[in-house]
Design a protein around this ligand. Structure first.
Ligand code: MG
Length: 302
């Protein structure tokens, strides 16, 4: 069960994919939720067009989506709620409150960057203005030098929490998506050498491809057992299982929420595995994570 954002006739809407039942691309979740509220609950409510708003208003997503789908299954005019063919897919979140990223969370990746595995999580942030969606182009300034893609499992927060213990941490999670932590490697190395923050190397417009959808956590058996593959022009560069993460998702949530409240829509990128390599003008990237789909982007040197 995957939630996504799409645009049709200039309007952003929420969509839901749930396998092949409909013969359509998916269902218009914005319209279906509104029909459910009107006809099943007797409430007229404004349509929800943004994932951030949806996550903020509905904290128990698994239950709600189940109820809405049961309504859809028995709805007389369900064809009016379908998305007949592939729409323009947008990133599943465009203005998350925070994008928190974990560095060196896979031992072989720490090794390839010349460092030891960290003793506690290392974190930094990316800003929302870097987000692009499936099919969009990553712009690579020529004066940046080397720029690398980094495939990462991204956790989407669905419930607020502050100073959460690891045992309760997964309660905060709404679902998972794919994030490409594009990194200007030469700028990062220079910053590290000079003892400066990594910010500039991690934050350039288009350096955060995200998507294609949020798979609800109820449909992921174990987020610590997902195969992930990044290929460039069809050649595999990164291939690893999320079981190799050093700090698990509950530990990351405990650590990050100790310092900052986590809120619905926040994203935690859990780190990249080994196999980092530079991009070139004209490259086509495919990032796939088991159960989450494939995020495809192209690269342009500017
Ligand atoms: Mg990274």
């Amino acid at each position: 069960m995957q939630l996504f954002q799409f645009r049709r006739k200039g309007i952003v809407q929420l969509g839901l994919r749930f396998g092949q039942q409909t013969g359509a691309f998916g269902i218009n979740f914005t319209d279906t939720l509104q029909a459910f509220q009107r006809e099943a609950l007797g409430r007229e409510q404004p349509a929800i067009h943004r994932m951030e708003v949806f996550l903020d208003e509905y904290l128990d997503l698994g239950t709600l989506v189940g109820q809405v789908m049961a309504f859809f299954t028995n709805y007389r005019r369900k064809e009016t709620l379908l998305i007949p063919d592939e729409p323009e897919i947008l990133p599943p979140l465009q203005q998350p409150g925070k994008i928190l990223c974990i560095g060196k969370n896979y031992a072989k990746h720490a090794e390839e960057t010349g460092s030891k595995p960290p003793k506690s999580p290392i974190y930094f942030d990316k800003v929302a203005d870097c987000i692009i969606g499936p099919g969009d182009t990553i712009n690579m300034p020529r004066d940046f030098g080397r720029v690398d893609p980094e495939i990462e499992l991204a956790v989407v927060i669905g419930k607020p929490g502050f100073q959460v213990h690891r045992d309760q941490a997964l309660d905060l999670v709404a679902g998972y998506t794919i994030l490409n932590d594009v990194t200007a490697r030469d700028l990062q190395t220079k910053a590290k050498d000079q003892g400066n923050p990594w910010f500039a190397s991690k934050n350039y417009a288009t350096f955060c491809p995200l998507g294609p959808a949020i798979t609800l956590k109820e449909y992921i058996h174990d987020p610590h057992d997902l195969e992930m593959v990044l290929s460039v022009n069809g050649e595999v560069r990164q291939e690893e299982n999320t079981s190799q993460m050093i700090f698990s998702i509950p530990v990351l949530i405990e650590t990050l929420s100790h310092q900052l409240p986590l809120r619905p829509g926040d994203i935690i990128a859990t780190g990249t595995p080994h196999g980092i390599s530079p991009l070139e003008d004209g490259d086509t990237l495919e990032l796939s994570i088991q159960g989450l789909g494939t995020l495809q982007n192209s690269v342009r040197a500017i």
